[in-house]
Design a protein around this ligand. Structure first.
Ligand SMILES: CC(C)(COP(=O)(O)OP(=O)(O)OC[C@H]1O[C@@H](n2cnc3c(N)ncnc32)[C@H](O)[C@@H]1OP(=O)(O)O)[C@@H](O)C(=O)NCCC(=O)NCCS
Length: 157
């Protein structure tokens, strides 16, 4: 099998024509996948930052974030199962943190299922810290959410 290296990966705006490929990854990654409409909403909202990672002309991952005043929020980060463990998520998170920092955000929040060890570890490695647990936040299956935050320089005095 030919493995892609990170050098071949480009992070781009998510476009309406990307949604079918994004949905194919979303549906294998989550028990409660987002619909096409939800992704389309992110594409058209002015304060949303939906991005795709492309390698060899194919979408291998995506990330959605948004901004409310000086707060950023990462909504999802997903990598195609065949492309995991190659630093793809790390690169997408670094990219989105940089964009939110440029937009003067002082903090970025996100939530993640308590059982999602890969995501928890990935966010911790990106500098996020756990701030609290929100009980029974998720459904299908019901599960607690870990709320994580990353403070950005704009918020440090
Ligand atoms: C979580 C996910 C995005 C990680 O993507 P990835 O591209 O494989 O992650 P990376 O290769 O960039 O790894 C980044 C860090 O996370 C850690 N990590 C990634 N997968 C891991 C796993 N299965 N177990 C433990 N740690 C893991 C890596 O060790 C790495 O840390 P390091 O720099 O110390 O080596 C991917 O597993 C995925 O798409 N999961 C399904 C969707 C999901 O749960 N998204 C998050 C919630 S929205």
């Amino acid at each position: 099998m030919v493995r892609k290296t990170l050098r071949e990966v480009v992070i781009d705006e998510m476009l309406p024509e990307d949604v079918p490929e994004v949905l194919a990854i979303e549906q294998v990654a989550f028990t409660t996948p987002w619909s096409g409409t939800l992704f389309m909403n992110e594409i058209y909202k002015p304060l949303s930052l939906p991005k795709v990672a492309r390698a060899g002309g194919r979408i291998v991952g995506y990330i959605c974030a948004n901004q409310v005043l000086d707060e950023g929020h990462i909504l999802n980060v997903t990598v195609h199962p065949e492309h995991r463990g190659q630093g793809m998520a790390r690169e997408m998170v670094r990219h989105i943190v940089g964009l939110l920092e440029e937009r003067s955000c002082s903090v970025i929040y996100l939530e993640v299922r308590v059982s999602n060890e890969a995501a928890l570890r990935m966010y911790e490695r990106a500098g996020f810290r756990m701030i609290t647990v929100r009980k029974r936040y998720y459904t299908s299956p019901e599960e607690d959410a870990v709320i994580m935050a990353l403070d950005l320089p704009a918020g440090k005095s």
